[in-house]
Design a protein around this ligand. Sequence first.
Ligand code: PLP
Length: 370
Amino acid sequence: MNKQILVTRSSLPPIEEFSEKLASIWDSAWLTNMGKYHNELEEKLTNYLDVKNISLFVNGHLALELVIQAMNLTGEVITTPFTFASTTHAIVRNGLTPVFCDIDENDYTIDVNKIEKLITNKTSAIVPVHVYGNICNINEIEKIAKKYNLKVIYDAAHAFGETYENVGIGNFGDASMFSFHATKVFNTIEGGAITFSDEKLKAQLYKLKNFGINDETTVDVVGSNAKMNEFQAIMGLCNLNYIEEEIEKRKKIVMIYREKLGNIKGLSICNEKKGLKSNYAYFPLLVDENIFGVTRDEICEKLKDKNIYARKYFYPLTNSFDCYKNEYNVNETPCALKISHRILTLPLYANLPEEVVNTICDIILKLGKK
Ligand SMILES: *Cc1c(COP(=O)(O)O)cnc(C)c1O
């Protein structure tokens, strides 16, 4: 490739639409603090995600940190290490102990058969991840949470716009966090949201993202600053007009990948779950070097030689990060460990040209034949 092909490329609305809204921010000179566009986006996302309650944030990570704080969790939280740094950090930064559960080898979400034996009298919540937009086993998680009286907060950073059995994905568990980072299916430059079931959480989240300020003279919780500003909100409003188109274009690319790489010995791809309306956020490819003949790392290098940048996402596991050195044992999550060494996410974004997708597949297939 003459041009660098990165794993993702941010979707941008037509610049005229953005400029028009930008000009109106100049008129009002209202830049942040729950402005008109913030409120409009909140309303539109409530509709689009088909949820009861939503609260917008400056980014997904702070949204997750603050919803954990809002729920007053204590002790231990069961989660997975096969995720972005954010999930684990959000738990630890709240003074809680992450307890790592292994993942399912087919869809890389939390292995529901391994949750119960990790529950102790200190467990207060489960934080599962809809990783790559693959939906967790929601029904089993709900059963376990009910039985042990645990809160469930989904990291739904990858699951924007998905539905399961025609229900918006943000309706499951006690709360879900969405990320609107530039690299995600829907972006507000940086941004995020919490969707939640208990209406009472709304006021608490509002306070927590605004320094814990209750009214002009009372500050009654140790809050943070995590408000979404008006510039982020107009980017969201503009991008939301094109979201269906965005997902449709991604789907086309995923279909090519699936067709070309789906039936190759030594390569595994994720199948679509029954009942799920996917957003085609990522295309993870699992490489079994013993069968395919070359390793994930070799494929990644060979693509790089051709100016194509796939990502080893998620590698390394969060429970092996330097900052958690000696605290956790990666061997307790052997399936996640194995997959983290074999997974490669291929370039995927709305305007990725089809011929590039074909080239990527051809490079990979040629490597395997050797
Ligand atoms: C992107 C992401 C986040 C964090 O979202 P930001 O908006 O970037 O703060 C959290 N979890 C996962 C799995 C993510 O991919």
